[in-house]
Design a binder for this molecule. Structure first.
Ligand code: NAD
Length: 328
């Protein structure tokens, strides 16, 4: 049994990781700015605190064997590609990572997992929606299309330099659009699968939904259970990374919307409107993870979408009932 710190335990991936680590019998301390919105945390200790504050970090990292670092100032395209949050995103997330390593190394933490993002890949390799290039070695010359991606790249290098200079054990994954239940589904920070599930659940049959851009931009989406499995396998392996953890099932955003409509049993029309988009195409390249871990994500997108739609549909229904109750 290890003593594990999960930074960002009140968030989507961190919340799922706490559940997984507890099911494996570890002692877990979760830290976040807030409690988990959707479920009580099974962590042995849950501390509400700001990890960009050095005093908080020094306290929570004491006596810890391993750190899973998920805390970041982040959201979907509506949050990270508008430019309005750039300074906060860079400052907050970099501070958390600087503190994690500085105080973690001092406290004798044996291993650090860092959640990087496919957003660090260069824009010039992602202009053709049918042929994006996201193999791990294609990261340089660096040219991410957002400050969020630049911070991830900086922090990857920070973890790797602490490994070289201080002997810290480090594992780094580059996540490609993780989705599933118990993630942000409304409020401006939600990502495409959750936003589309919400819009489709809210729309009357034969109604209309809006999609940013022409909907021909491509992405792949990985269901949360496979993300957690990949992280655990990486952490237990002797491979440092960085390595992609993502699905290779690339779809256009229009196709993603059609898949969700089919699950919902609704026929809706799509109106394309201007909005923040990110790169034109992106897909995970799973050759390295297969080679190093002998494993790669394999479940079909439709399966995860069904579970996610059901969860969001229930929340849409509940908020509709709550609204009706306040009006009555
Ligand atoms: P999330 O927003 O649900 O979780 C992040 C959590 O960090 C939030 O609960 C937030 O409150 C917390 N946090 C932010 N600043 C903090 C601070 N100063 N102190 C303490 N807690 C703080 O996001 P997520 O989807 O769970 O993502 C987890 C990690 O994975 C992030 O680092 C993210 O950049 C990375 N990632 C996620 C995806 C994805 O598709 N979800 C893709 C690529 C990378």
């Amino acid at each position: 049994m290890k003593r594990i710190l999960v930074n960002g335990a009140g968030g989507f991936i961190g919340g799922h990781m706490v559940t997984r680590l507890k099911s494996e019998g570890h002692w877990v301390r979760g830290v976040d700015l807030k409690h988990h919105e959707f479920c009580p945390s099974p962590a042995d200790e849950f501390i509400v605190g700001d990890l960009s504050d050095q005093r908080v970090m020094a306290d929570v990292i004491d006596g810890i064997d391993e750190v899973y670092q998920f805390a970041a100032d982040m959201g979907g395209a509506g949050y990270i590609f508008t430019g309005e949050h750039d300074a906060d995103v860079m400052h907050n997330s970099a501070s958390i990572n600087l503190n994690t390593l500085h105080f973690g190394v001092k406290a004798g933490v044996k291993k650090f997992f860092y959640s990087s993002s496919a957003c660090m890949y260069p824009e010039y390799n992602q202009t053709d929606p049918q042929n994006p290039k996201c193999s791990e070695e294609s990261a340089y010359p660096a040219a991410p299309d957002s400050e969020y991606g630049w911070e991830k790249l900086f922090s990857e290098r920070l973890y790797l330099s602490c490994m070289r200079n201080y002997g810290a054990q480090v594992r780094i994954a580059r996540f490609h659009n993780i989705f599933g239940p118990e993630g942000t589904w409304t409020g401006g920070k939600e990502k495409a699968p959750a936003a589309l599930c919400r819009k489709i659940a809210q729309a009357p049959d034969r109604g209309e939904i809006e999609i940013w851009g022409d909907g021909l931009q491509t992405r792949s989406f990985l269901y949360i259970d496979e993300c957690i499995e990949g992280v655990r396998r990486l952490v237990e392996s002797d491979f440092t990374g960085p390595v992609n953890i993502g699905s290779e099932e690339m779809v256009t955003i229009n196709h993603l919307a059609e898949m969700i409509m089919e699950i919902a049993g609704k026929k809706l029309s799509i109106r394309h409107i201007p909005g923040p988009l990110g790169v034109r195409g992106r897909n995970s390249d799973n050759r390295l993870i297969s080679e190093k871990l002998g494993w790669k994500p394999s479940r079909p997108l439709a399966e995860g979408l069904r579970k996610t739609y059901d969860w969001i549909q229930k929340r849409v229904e509940a908020s509709r009932e709550a609204e009706l109750a306040t009006r009555a």
